[in-house]
Write a protein that binds this ligand. Structure first.
Ligand code: ISL
Ligand code: CA
Length: 546
């Protein structure tokens, strides 16, 4: 049996600090800005914040390139601000989960500065170096995730170093024990400041074997995670979530199985990838297929039925806005936002809300390349235009799936710059901020925010939401997501219409019920579950029966 942990009933909320709230008018969000908005998060009822990186960084990748793991980026504030955030959040029952980016550091980290200066420096082996190929070129033709070769030359040591992402993000060499000790020290230093856990950036890459060209889930991954657990995590009442782009139901429990002593859960992306063209990648839009999406989500529900745990999310700072990508950001935006939240939050797992999702923020709808800021988008733009992709085609893909879609400033009010800053924001505010913002949504008793507040509360209050077993039905429907949760004699039936048309649904005999209690609904409350029912466009609801 699974021991109940605080994060089994908690909802997480991701803050992308650059775009959340700016306290001093420099156009960049910061920690005092977050502190000033803690009331919003307490009102939502969330249990913890996943805070994207706030460490000292040259910001080539908005902080996912860390130059000092024990210092705060001056544009975000000071260590005192950070301690104040931890304390003030805790007073509201909210933990702070830090982003741990230890697959790579910034090329400006002191370790890398020493490493690139001399082969004799102890830090040289903190990174991954190889000699040139006989022709003087890189050791192999591996490409970096953000474009260009994954190897860069350093004249001083006459070697190439490996970088899975950009050249400004050299990969750390986890085979080096002194490096691992430094990382574990740093993690303990943060935990001792009172944080509630770590979200571990691309953690599935740390066991890589570059010579074998195995990067994801490499041979030493689980040894490292078990060592990290022994050295740092064991015995602390924290939560750990590892990001893995490769994890599948076959490997999932290796990370989060009860007896593994590694992580509490992973962020897995199989349901997200369903929306991408497998050959041409994220900048080639393809129509969303609900059936594949459901198959992946329910595979993880099955996997974690008796062991492990999972996270639930549709959005983050690397993904487009969920109403735009999966549903409708036009006439049915409100209904669509509620529907996506309902079908996701009533699954088993720990749900995550990405800033702005709780008011149904939409994609950025940028029309020109100069509006984009993200290095992934800009690098792919250069490469694809050079390869002959027409400009309009690239922009169409970026409008659908660029990471900047979710990085536009949080929309607090209908006022100037959406209430995000009094200065000039680092990236444009979405043009719809005068209609979509916290001030206006929260004034409506049936707003999107109110709907999220209910879902967050249901997970805290109802055992069936936190722990019930999940059984999907109507799996072949291309338009409706449907499942029930079961706990003892109770059943919670959840339905969501993913289309802008009415849908007639025939409920299986064992699902239909004469009477029930409606826990949440986007339209009129439903008090029964007849065999035949008609869903309004983007309608969703959950009915409890026994
Ligand atoms: O979205 C992605 C898949 O194409 C990539 O942009 C992204 O690199 C991948 O999701 C891994 O993300 C994490 O590590 C990156 C950082 O840029 C992302 O913001 C972070 O979430 C490198 O640290
Ligand atoms: Ca600022």
């Amino acid at each position: 049996e699974q021991r109940e942990m605080w994060w089994h009933r908690a909802t997480g909320y991701q803050i992308y600090p650059r775009s959340f709230a700016d306290s001093n008018g420099d156009g960049v969000g910061d920690i005092p800005g977050i502190i000033s908005r803690l009331g919003h998060l307490a009102d939502l009822g969330i249990g913890f914040i996943w805070l994207s990186p706030v460490y000292a960084s040259p910001m080539v990748d908005n902080g996912y390139d860390i130059a000092d793991y024990r210092a705060i980026a001056p544009e975000y504030g000071t260590l005192e601000d950070m301690d104040r955030l931890i304390a003030e959040a805790r007073e509201r029952g909210i933990g702070i989960v830090m982003d741990l980016v230890v697959n790579h550091s910034s090329s400006l980290h002191d370790w890398f500065r020493a490493a690139r200066a001399s082969r004799e420096a102890p830090e040289h082996d903190y990174y991954i170096w190889r000699d040139a190929a006989p022709d003087g070129g890189p050791p192999d033709d591996q490409q970096a995730a953000f474009g260009g070769p994954a190897w860069s030359w350093v004249e001083e040591v006459a070697q190439y170093y490996f970088h899975y992402f950009s050249p400004a993000q050299p990969d750390l060499n986890w085979a080096n024990p002194a490096l691992r000790t430094e990382i574990y020290d740093m993690m303990r230093w943060w935990l001792d400041r009172g944080i509630a856990g770590f979200r571990m950036d691309v953690i599935s890459l740390i066991g890589k074997d570059v010579d074998a060209r195995v990067y994801e889930e490499g041979p030493t991954l689980h040894d490292h995670l078990q060592e990290m657990h022994r050295e740092v995590l064991a015995g602390r009442d924290i939560v750990t979530i590892g990001e893995s782009w490769s994890v599948s139901p076959e490997t999932g429990l290796l990370y989060c199985g009860r007896d593994r002593r590694e992580l509490d859960m992973v962020f897995e992306f199989s349901h997200i990838r369903e929306g991408w063209d497998p050959e041409r990648g994220k900048f080639a839009p393809r129509p969303f297929d609900l059936r594949g999406f459901k198959r992946e989500l329910f595979a993880w529900q099955d996997l974690t039925r008796h062991d492990g745990w999972t996270s639930l999310f549709l959005s983050n700072h690397d993904l487009p806005r969920q109403v735009s990508f999966y549903a409708d950001d036009g006439p049915y935006r409100r209904e669509a936002a509620k529907m996506l939240a309902t079908v996701l939050h009533l699954l088993k797992g720990t749900p995550f809300v990405y800033q702005g999702e709780e008011i149904g923020m939409t994609n950025a709808a940028f029309e020109r390349i100069d509006q984009y800021r993200d290095l992934e988008t800009l690098n792919h733009f250069e490469a694809q235009i050079a390869a002959g992709v027409p400009l309009e085609e690239f922009i169409a893909g970026a409008r659908r799936n660029s990471r900047d879609n979710s990085r536009t400033p949080m929309q607090w009010s209908p006022g100037p710059h959406a209430g995000f800053t009094t200065g000039t924001p680092w990236i444009e505010v979405n043009a719809n901020a005068s209609e979509i913002n916290v001030e206006q949504d929260s004034a409506q008793p049936d707003g999107i925010l109110a709907h999220y507040r209910k879902l967050v509360a249901l997970r805290r209050e109802r055992d069936i939401v936190a722990f019930g077993e999940t059984e999907s039905f109507l799996a072949n429907s291309p338009s409706v997501m449907a499942y029930q949760r079961r706990l003892g004699a109770q059943r919670l039936v959840v339905l969501g219409n993913f289309t802008g048309q009415e849908q007639d649904v025939e409920l299986p005999e064992d699902i239909a019920a004469g009477a029930g209690v409606c826990l949440i609904a986007s339209h009129d409350k439903r008090g029964e579950l007849p065999r035949q029912l008609r869903l309004a466009p983007y309608e969703s609801f959950a009915v409890l029966t026994s």
